[in-house]
Write a protein that binds this ligand. Structure first.
Ligand code: ADP
Ligand code: MG
Length: 464
């Protein structure tokens, strides 16, 4: 870091700490060295070193890191050649004094205490940008609001509250806002953290009697984003502090962006005043995904993965199948796709329906509509007026074998069970037997109108 840069940083500190503090404590600091993540400042006196280290070290650390320096620790030293060194003659042998004078700024504690360290632990995800966010009906409003805030123009709605169920893109949108602001408005101090981190910071500050630093820190940001705010519900003192931070920033007309897993009014154990504060802004929800959005997301992800898997081939209908079947949340959808890519590239095969069903059996089962093998067997035996045990059992009579094959075919079509699994549920039959049965019905459907009708009737009644 250059002296010049430190000069600029000092001006930022001036804004945060006020003129008096600045003149007394910050201005006299002489930047000496920054290496291996340790920034060293010369101070004129021991006392001053101690004071600054206890009261402003966090803040300085924070500003250094915000300015792009990588600093884990700040130390303050009384320089051996300091001209202003008091009370000792300059000639006196300095060795032991210097040792002593090396201020031990409880550096261990405020290192662990560094807010940026936690932010680094959960840094902005490079993938979570507006470019990679797929917009559809369920999220278009949230997206538009996020875009608006990301322009960094005058604050029009404050706070912006994004809420919605797990995996619907709240964190993605918040990171996207942060990225966008970073590039468009590098002058702004943007702080993103989870409510959990906020609480952690707060508790630490309390424990170490550094509330002043804590307040400075949070009051000095231009854009504050707190993710998953439902986390602080029921945590009274954290809520209290959050409320004050919140108000201070709103008063300064600083943008606040909040996310929660449900509407503010519905968060249990969230204080009413916090609720009503949140509701003062723009509250938008991310609706559960619909089929089109899921398909859009899948298609986008496939494109994004082209560079990693250049030979990737996906059979027609696979993405549609996944979009149809995995409706829980986007995270699961993504996970499924990632697994599919990895698997396909390992075995060097095109991703077709069979591979998809094998590879994702567990995921598909977990999010499957409630059609089970047993249900199919029961429906089919009712339909053909035979006993359930005859469908499962070993009898090879045509009057049992055909319904059995129909049931197998439906299991393959309507459940995510693999062929061996289906075989097992049909009295421990081999998967080749199941495969043969499925093929047979596929053929018969084309030539035998009665079979085609049976299958169709059964399918409809099972899906109803
Ligand atoms: P939340 O914070 O709401 O629980 P996330 O933002 O962490 O959800 O989203 C979960 C995953 O789904 C992330 O990997 C994210 O990139 C992805 N995702 C969610 N919605 C979209 C979308 N509309 N377009 C692209 N990816 C999305
Ligand atoms: Mg999230």
């Amino acid at each position: 870091m250059t002296q010049e840069k430190w000069g600029q940083l000092r001006q930022k500190l001036l804004k945060t700490v006020g003129q008096n503090n600045y003149t007394t404590w910050i201005e006299p600091l002489e930047f000496s060295d920054l290496s291996d993540g340790v920034a060293v400042f010369n101070v004129p006196t021991n006392f001053m070193g101690n004071y600054v280290s206890q009261n402003f070290a966090d803040l300085i650390l924070y500003e250094l890191n915000s300015a792009g320096e990588t600093v884990q620790r700040v130390t303050f030293e009384v320089a051996a050649n300091s001209t202003t060194r008091p009370m000792r003659s300059v000639e006196s042998p300095a060795e032991p004094e210097v040792e002593q004078a090396r201020v031990q700024p409880a550096s261990a504690s405020f290192t662990a205490n560094n807010p940026l360290e936690e932010l680094q632990a959960a840094p902005l995800d490079a993938r979570f940008t507006f470019d990679s966010f797929v917009v559809g009906k369920p999220n278009e409003l949230a997206h538009a609001a996020a875009r608006r805030v990301a322009e960094g123009g005058p604050v029009t709605f404050n706070p912006l509250v994004l809420y919605g169920g797990v995996g619907l893109g709240k964190t993605h949108l918040m990171h996207a806002i942060a990225w966008e602001l970073k590039s468009k408005r590098p002058d702004l101090n943007v702080l993103y953290l989870s409510a959990e981190q906020f609480m952690y910071r707060f508790v630490q500050a309390l424990r170490e009697r550094k509330m002043l630093d804590f307040k400075h820190l949070f009051r000095s940001v231009d854009v504050l984003m707190v993710d998953d705010v439902q986390f602080i519900a029921g945590k009274d003192s954290t809520q209290e502090e959050f409320f004050h931070t919140f108000n201070a920033l709103v008063d300064q007309n600083k943008q606040i962006i909040i996310s929660a897993d449900r509407a503010p009014g519905e968060i249990k154990d969230l204080e009413d005043r916090v609720k009503s504060r949140l509701q003062c802004g723009l509250v938008v929800d991310l609706h559960p995904t619909d089929y089109e959005l899921r398909l859009g997301i899948l298609q986008t992800k496939v494109q994004q993965n082209r560079s990693t898997y250049p030979d990737l081939k996906i059979a027609d209908g696979v993405l549609e199948f996944l979009a149809h079947r995995i409706s829980t949340n986007v995270r699961v959808l993504e996970g499924a796709l990632t697994r599919l890519f990895a698997f396909a590239s390992l075995v060097g095969r095109e991703i077709d329906m069979d591979l998809t069903q094998d590879c994702l059996a567990d995921v598909l089962r977990a999010s499957e509509r409630k059609i089970t093998v047993e249900e199919i067997q029961r429906k089919v035996s009712d339909y053909y007026n035979i006993r359930l045990s005859d469908i499962i059992g070993p009898k090879r009579l045509r009057s049992y074998a055909r319904p059995r094959q129909v049931a197998m075919y439906l299991c393959k079509q309507l459940t995510s069970r693999s062929l061996p699994e289906i075989g097992r549920r049909f009295g421990g039959r081999d998967h080749t037997t199941v495969m043969h049965g499925v093929k047979r019905i596929e053929e018969l459907k084309l030539t035998d109108g009665q079979i085609a009708e049976d299958v169709e009737m059964l399918r409809r009644s099972l899906e109803a």
